[in-house]
Design a protein around this ligand. Structure first.
Ligand code: PLP
Length: 442
C-alpha cells in the first residue's frame, strides 16, 4: 500500500524544522518529487497540499513551491527586530548618515562629566524637563504649526508614545480606526492593550473620510491612528483639502486622533500636521529613532491643551517614559545642530536611494514618494507576495510582504522595501536581484 501522504508531509516538516530545508528553498516540481519517492503523482499533490495547509510552504501552479520565509506573522514579531538572517535586509528601516557617530559623540561628550551624569541619570517624569520640552518643541515646529513646550510628553520611542496615547484614549475592548495599510506594530500594540484596530479604506491621499464616517456609524470608534505624511508603507501624503475634510469630520464625530509623524521630517515642505487643523483633539507622535538612531532615542507626544494627565498616567503605568539620559542627549543634539545636520543628510540619502529604486525597478509598479525611505511594490499580475518574499529570501534578501501592513483580512500582492538600512551597493545589488526574481516568476 502506498505510504500515507501525511507521513511524508511529516518528514518534510521535520526537514524544515531542522533547517535541512531552508526558508526560500524551492521544492522540486510535484512530478519529480513523486518519481524520486516512488509515489503516485496524486499522492505528491496531497503532500504539497498538506504542507501548504500547515503553513510550511507557499506555492502556485507554474511558479514552484517554496519553503516559507518565516513562520506566519505572530504577535510579538516586531519589524524593529530582524526577522531573518538574510544578509541584505530590506525589512528594517533605520537610516544612518555617513559621519553620524562622530557627530553624536561630540554632542554627548559634555554629558559624560560625573557631575552632569549625576543629574542626567536621575528619573524623569513623563513631561521631561523644561530644557527638553523647549528643545523638542523647537525641533517639531514646521510652517503652520508650533507646538507649545507645555504640550510635550516623552516616551522611550515612538512605539511607546503610540501605546501611551492609545491606552489613554481607547478603553479595553474599544475600537481604533487605522488605515487599511498601516504601520504593522500598531496592530500589535492594539492587541497588547486589548483594543481592536478597524481597517479604513485609503486612496492616493491616504485615509478616505467617508470610510471613517461609515465605520464610526456602524460601531463607534474611540480614536483614530493615522499617518497623513509619508505614510508607512505607501509613502503617500494627504494634501490640504484632505486634511481639512478629516479635521471637520473628526470634530463632527468627536474623535481624538493619534497622528504619527515619525517620517515627516523627510519632507522639507508640505501641508502642516493634522494637529494644525484640529489642535484640540490631535495627539502627535514623533521621535528621534529615524532622525538620529534607534539605540539612543526618545519618543515625543504633543497632546492637546489640558489633555496631558491621562496620557502621562498611561506612559507612567505602562513603563513607557523616556530615560533621562536619552532626554539629555536629545537636548544636546537638538541644541548643537546635530539633529538638523542628520536630517539634511538623511533627506539627501533617501532621495539618492529612491533614484536607485526608480532606475533598477523601472517598468514595475513601484509606488514611492521620492523623499521616502520605503517603497511599496505592487507585484506583477498573479505573483503572490509570499511566493516572492520566499524566493527573495532564498537569494539572501529580506523584504516585507504586504500582508504585514494590512489591517484587514486582504493580503495585498505587494511587498514593502525599506531602503534606508543597507549600504547603497547592497541596495543596488538587491534591487537588481529582486527585479530578476519578479521577471522569472511572472
Ligand atoms: C510609522 C512608524 N511609526 C513608528 C515607528 C517606530 O519608531 P520607534 O523606533 O521610535 O519606536 C516606525 C518605525 O518603523 C514607523 O514606521
Amino acid at each position: 500500500m502506498s505510504e500515507d501522504y501525511r507521513r511524508i508531509a511529516d518528514r518534510i516538516a521535520r526537514d524544515i524544522a531542522s533547517g535541512r530545508l531552508k526558508p526560500g528553498q524551492r521544492l522540486p516540481p510535484q512530478r519529480v518529487f513523486a518519481r524520486r519517492r516512488g509515489i503516485a503523482g496524486s499522492t505528491a499533490g496531497r503532500v504539497y497540499g498538506e504542507l501548504v495547509r500547515r503553513g510550511l510552504v507557499v506555492g502556485e501552479v507554474g511558479r514552484g513551491t517554496y519553503v516559507r520565509a518565516a513562520p506566519s506573522p505572530s504577535p510579538g514579531r516586531a519589524l524593529t527586530e530582524s526577522a531573518t538572517t538574510a544578509p541584505v535586509n530590506l525589512e528594517l528601516n533605520y537610516p544612518f548618515a555617513p559621519g553620524q557617530s562622530e557627530l553624536l559623540a561630540a554632542g554627548l561628550a559634555p554629558l559624560l562629566r560625573p557631575d552632569v551624569l549625576a543629574e542626567s541619570t536621575r528619573p524623569a517624569p513623563a513631561s521631561g524637563t523644561p530644557a527638553v520640552r523647549s528643545a523638542a518643541a523647537t525641533l517639531l515646529t514646521v510652517p503652520g504649526w508650533r507646538p507649545d513646550p507645555g504640550q510635550l510628553l516623552f516616551a522611550g520611542n515612538a512605539r511607546q508614545a503610540i501605546a501611551g496615547a492609545l491606552a489613554a484614549l481607547v478603553p479595553p475592548g474599544g475600537r481604533v480606526g487605522v488605515e487599511a495599510l498601516t504601520y504593522p506594530l500598531v496592530k500589535e500594540i492594539a492587541a497588547r492593550i486589548g483594543v481592536t484596530p478597524v481597517p479604513l479604506a485609503i486612496d492616493a491621499e491616504g485615509l478616505r473620510p467617508e470610510a471613517l464616517a461609515t465605520a464610526h456609524r456602524s460601531a463607534p470608534l474611540a480614536a483614530l491612528y493615522v499617518q497623513p505624511t509619508l505614510q508607512n508603507p505607501t509613502s503617500v501624503t494627504a494634501g490640504h483639502q484632505r486634511r481639512s475634510e478629516l479635521a471637520t469630520l473628526v470634530r463632527e464625530l468627536d474623535l481624538p486622533v493619534v497622528e504619527d509623524r515619525i517620517w515627516a521630517f523627510l519632507r522639507d515642505e508640505g501641508p502642516p500636521p493634522l494637529a494644525a487643523y484640529a489642535p484640540e483633539r490631535t495627539y502627535v507622535v514623533d521621535g528621534l529613532s529615524k532622525r538620529v538612531a534607534p539605540g539612543l532615542t526618545a519618543g515625543f507626544l504633543v497632546v492637546p491643551e489640558g489633555r496631558d494627565e491621562p496620557v502621562a498616567a498611561a506612559l507612567r503605568s505602562g513603563g513607557w517614559t523616556a530615560g533621562r539620559f536619552a532626554l539629555e542627549a536629545a537636548v544636546r543634539w537638538i541644541g548643537d545642530g546635530t539633529v538638523a545636520r542628520l536630517v539634511a543628510a538623511k533627506r539627501e540619502d533617501a532621495a539618492r536611494r529612491q533614484r536607485l529604486v526608480a532606475r533598477e525597478l523601472a517598468g514595475f509598479t513601484v509606488r514611492a514618494d521620492p523623499r521616502a525611505y520605503f517603497a511599496w511594490w505592487e507585484l506583477p499580475a498573479r505573483l503572490r507576495a509570499d511566493t516572492f518574499t520566499a524566493a527573495a529570501a532564498a537569494r539572501g534578501i529580506a523584504v516585507t510582504p504586504g500582508s504585514a501592513f494590512a489591517s484587514g483580512q486582504a493580503a495585498p500582492a505587494a511587498v514593502r522595501l525599506g531602503v534606508g538600512t543597507v549600504t547603497e551597493p547592497e541596495l543596488t545589488f538587491a534591487l537588481r536581484e529582486l527585479g530578476d526574481i519578479a521577471r522569472e516568476l511572472s
